[in-house]
Structure formats: C-alpha cells, structure tokens
Write a protein that binds this ligand. Structure first.
Ligand SMILES: Nc1nc2c([nH]c(=O)n2[C@@H]2O[C@H](COP(=O)(O)OP(=O)(O)OP(=O)(O)O)[C@@H](O)[C@H]2O)c(=O)[nH]1
Length: 146
C-alpha cells in the first residue's frame, strides 16, 4: 500500500507596515517555483515551534528580527513537489531592514502587483486587502468631518 505523504508545515510571515504595505520575496534559483513571488518563510523543522521557525527563516533569508507576530490563517495545498500546510502570520513589529541574504529580490507592495505568485498564496491577497483596507475605510469614516 502506498501511504499518502504527510503535509509539510511551513511558517510564512507577512510584515505589515503602518501604511498597509507588505513585504514579498522572489524565490531564488534552484528552488521549486524559482522566480515566483511569495511571502517570506520556510519549512518548520521537526520538533520546532512554528513561530520559532518563522523567526529563524526571517533571520536566515532577510536578516530581520521578528519581534512579535500573530497567527492569521492556514492554507493547505498540494503541489506536484510537495503537500504543504501554510501557517500565515502577521507581524507589525520587527527590527532591521530586509537584506537579500539568499540572492532573492524583494519588494514592499501596497496593492500586490508582482507576478507570478505562488498558487497557494493567491487567495490570501483578497483576505489581506480586507484586513488592510476595510479597516482603513472604517477609520476614515470615523475620523472624517462630523
Ligand atoms: N515561504 C512561502 N512558502 C510558500 C508560500 N506559498 C506556498 O505555497 N509556499 C510553499 O511552501 C513551501 C516552502 O518551502 P521552501 O522551499 O520555501 O522552504 P525552505 O526555505 O525551508 O527551503 P529548503 O527546502 O531550501 O530548506 C514551498 O513548497 C512553497 O511552494 C508563501 O507565500 N511563502
């Protein structure tokens, strides 16, 4: 009997600036889906806490220290190369400016315009817009003239 492959846990971080911009990175050569854009992160190691994995990946890939992050949502996706369970975190508090430590490109984006994006990440953009801009619209209407 062929046993189904267990999903691989992946910790993914969305750095959210006060103006709503988020940080994306481009997958470097040599990885599956090289050239595709994603939110930074990577695989959780056996026995590792997911938030600890997120912090480790941000140091390794971008030289950024994530000070705090809250788990936001989860997505499972089956690629030809892997079955992944993505744990998306939102962070508003970090230290340092992103550096391209793995030779990858990165970009701060308001409306996300970089393409192509990893397929499992595409639905996130709509949810992210609701989180970023629906709240701003409410704030604007509260702060508008009476
Ligand atoms: N970081 C990240 N990974 C994602 C996203 N969306 C998505 O499907 N993934 C998938 O999650 C997995 C992450 O694995 P990775 O290869 O980047 O992990 P890693 O840095 O630990 O790689 P390594 O195998 O070189 O150690 C990949 O299969 C990737 O396709 C995303 O938005 N960000």
């Amino acid at each position: 009997m062929v046993e189904a492959k267990r999903p691989v846990d992946v910790a993914v971080g969305i750095l959210l600036r006060p103006n709503g911009d988020v940080l994306l990175g481009q997958r470097p050569d040599g990885k599956p889906y090289a050239g595709y854009w994603e939110f930074p992160g990577g695989k959780v190691e056996p026995g590792e806490d997911i938030l600890a994995a997120l912090k480790r990946e941000f140091v390794e890939e971008l030289g950024i220290e994530v000070i705090s992050a809250e788990e936001w949502c989860g997505v499972e996706y089956v690629y030809p190369h892997a079955h992944v369970r993505l744990h998306f975190f939102i962070s508003r508090e970090w230290r340092g400016e992103p550096q391209s430590l793995e030779g990858q490109a990165f970009a701060w984006q308001g409306q996300v315009a970089v393409t192509p994006l990893l397929p499992a990440t595409i639905p996130l953009l709509e949810w992210l817009d609701q989180l970023r801009y629906a709240r701003q619209a409410v704030n604007q209407s509260v702060e508008g003239p009476l």
